[in-house]
Design a protein around this ligand. Structure first.
Ligand SMILES: [Zn+2]
Length: 317
């Protein structure tokens, strides 16, 4: 069994989004209760988050954007830039705490306190651009984590695997000219799928060409398609890139029962995705993986999917 860290803080529930918003505090409550009821929580190493320092946010985001986000929250406005991005007065501080949770998990892995970690944080991050909030995301937790690994821990090659059903447009754009961060995403496309980016020909820009890989999945497709692209696209790309540390944008909204998508990935299909990732990370990245919650909106299945994912990280199944 591996020592798996777990980032959680009740303050993550303080980011409220209104009564009907799918990215609700109930998501984390359900995950925490599921892990607690199953007894898995007792086997994890708790990691207490702290708010991320401003310099780490600025490693990815534009300073004017950061200030506008803080001001918009302080003014008590109900949304930031778009109705998708519901906010409250606490959202800015809690977004700092979400980033900070990821940074603490990275420290714990890099300092050998744990082998790997799962961050049950919100708000999520992978849609957030350098200077724009999108799709419930304000600060790009995983992108900031990648820069932190490089600047604070001297890591040269960071691999990001994004299996949220939506394309991580923000993460892709932040690193698309960068050959030191490989971004891989499997997501639903095309049809109505948000955000519309992530086509196969998007492979990076200039010096970053060849360091972005996208595997679009058609609506209605599920386990077979996921197996195919994970083996054909992700595995060879990471064998070649050899990331030293891997960050996951772990979204559980591709599940067949999640109404936020048209894909039909089953619970077993999710197990397969995690299993392949764990094998890759063990082989190339010394087992160092920090998994960060993105989407997942069906509260009846989300806790089980997270539990299965963490058990595989911990080599308990
Ligand atoms: Zn999503």
């Amino acid at each position: 069994m591996k020592r798996t860290g777990f980032v959680y803080d009740e303050r993550y529930l303080l980011h409220t989004t209104g009564e009907y918003h799918p990215e609700s505090p109930e998501r984390l409550k359900a995950i925490y209760k599921g892990l607690s009821d199953s007894g898995l929580l007792d086997k994890l190493v708790m990691i207490a988050p702290e708010k991320a320092g401003q310099q780490w946010i600025e490693a990815v985001h534009n300073i004017h954007y950061i200030m506008k986000f803080e001001e918009t929250c302080i003014m008590g406005l109900p949304e930031f830039d778009h109705p998708d991005n519901a906010i409250c007065r606490d959202t800015y501080e809690i977004a700092l705490l979400a980033v900070g949770g990821v940074l603490k998990a990275i420290d714990a892995v890099m300092e050998g306190e744990v082998d790997n970690a799962f961050c049950a944080v919100r708000p999520p991050g992978h849609h957030a651009e350098v200077d724009k909030p999108m799709g419930f995301c304000y600060f790009n937790n995983v992108a900031i984590g990648a820069r932190y690994l490089q600047k604070q821990h001297g890591i040269e090659r960071v691999g990001i695997i994004d299996f949220d059903v939506h394309h991580g447009n923000g993460t892709q754009h932040i690193f698309d000219q960068d050959s030191s961060v490989f971004y891989y995403s499997v997501h639903e496309h095309p049809s109505f799928a948000y955000p519309g980016t992530g086509r196969e020909f998007e492979t990076g820009v200039a010096a970053g060409n060849g360091f972005t890989r996208n595997s679009p999945i058609l609506p209605g497709r599920g386990d077979d398609e996921y197996r195919k692209v994970i083996m054909q696209d992700l595995v060879p790309a990471f064998k070649q890139f050899r990331p030293e540390v891997v960050l996951l944008s772990a979204g559980f909204d591709a599940h067949i029962s999640d109404l936020m998508s048209g894909t039909n990935l089953t619970t077993e299909g999710y197990d397969f995705v995690t299993e392949v990732i764990v094998n890759l990370v063990d082989k190339f990245a010394d087992g160092r993986v920090i998994s960060v919650l993105e989407g997942g909106y069906n509260l009846d299945i989300l806790p089980l999917l997270v539990e299965n994912h963490i058990k595989m990280l911990a080599h308990m199944r």
